[in-house]
Design a protein. Structure first.
Length: 260
């Protein structure tokens, strides 16, 4: 087998050894021999726990994906070119929040009825928006008229991206503190003043204790119920009705006998 350059599990250089010897080292350590630089001469292999390494890589990818923000196009609508300054400022502040998150923003102004005859008012409104967002946005698409709508698209500047990175870093630093923060518990019922039912105290030593009636003493006579007739014993039967009548009728007197 061809020789390879080996790095052990502690990250130290072992040197150029035979592949079979490197496999034996990995088996003795209970780890895997992974080729990390196949195009090198000789190839570089590392003794490591490949399953654990794959798990850590997937965990890092999930964390990076959770912090990554996909750019979206947010639309903010202005219903009339006669919008007030306060209402326009509210919409600009909302657009600034979107830009600091890394999103693009489209302002759409809608003309109604005779307002189509004064398109310059709409251009002035969108120009005011561009001036208010000068530090956080740049014009990504110039003012365009589509039917009764006039729109312009802004993209975030470097200052807006920097604000987004700062906000992400602060949220990442505050996350562990929030997870480990102590939780306030509700006071116990006794602290709130609610009455608590207590179990009765045990009887004091020496106090008379009512005892349950003792069972019958051993050897005392016990009244038993009459036992049923044993199987096979003669049973006295009631006399039949005819016999009862015969017993109730007195015997007739015998006629007197005459001596000859």
């Amino acid at each position: 087998m061809s020789p390879i350059r080996v790095i052990d599990e502690n990250g130290e250089q072992v040197g150029v050894i035979d592949t079979r010897e490197a496999l034996n080292r990995a088996r003795e350590a209970g780890l895997d021999l992974v080729e990390v630089a196949p195009n090198a001469s000789p190839p570089v292999c590392r003794i490591m726990d490949y399953g654990k390494w794959m798990y850590e890589q997937k965990k890092k990818d999930r964390q990076a994906k959770s912090h990554r923000h996909e750019t979206e196009l947010k639309e903010i609508r202005i219903r009339t070119p006669k919008i007030g300054s306060h209402d326009l400022e509210i919409k600009v502040n909302r657009a600034r929040d979107f830009l600091e998150r890394g999103d693009r923003v489209q302002f759409t102004l809608r003309f109604r009825g005779r307002e189509m005859a004064h398109r310059e008012l709409g251009r002035d409104v969108l120009k005011s928006v561009a001036d208010m967002l000068n530090e956080f946005a740049k014009v990504d698409r110039e003012v365009r008229m589509e039917g009764r709508s006039m729109s312009v698209v802004f993209s975030p500047t470097e200052k807006a991206r920097q604000a987004m990175r700062t906000r992400t870093k602060e949220s990442a630093e505050n996350a562990p503190a929030e997870e480990g923060a102590p939780v306030e518990k509700a006071p116990a019922p006794a602290e709130q003043g609610a009455p608590v039912e207590m179990a009765p105290a045990p009887a004091e030593e020496g106090a008379p204790v009512e005892k349950a009636p003792a069972p019958a003493e051993q050897g005392a006579p016990v009244e038993k119920a009459p036992a049923p007739a044993e199987q096979g014993a003669p049973v006295e039967k009631a006399p039949a009705p005819a016999e009862q009548a015969a017993a109730a009728t007195p015997p007739s007197p015998e006629p007197p006998t005459t001596a000859n």
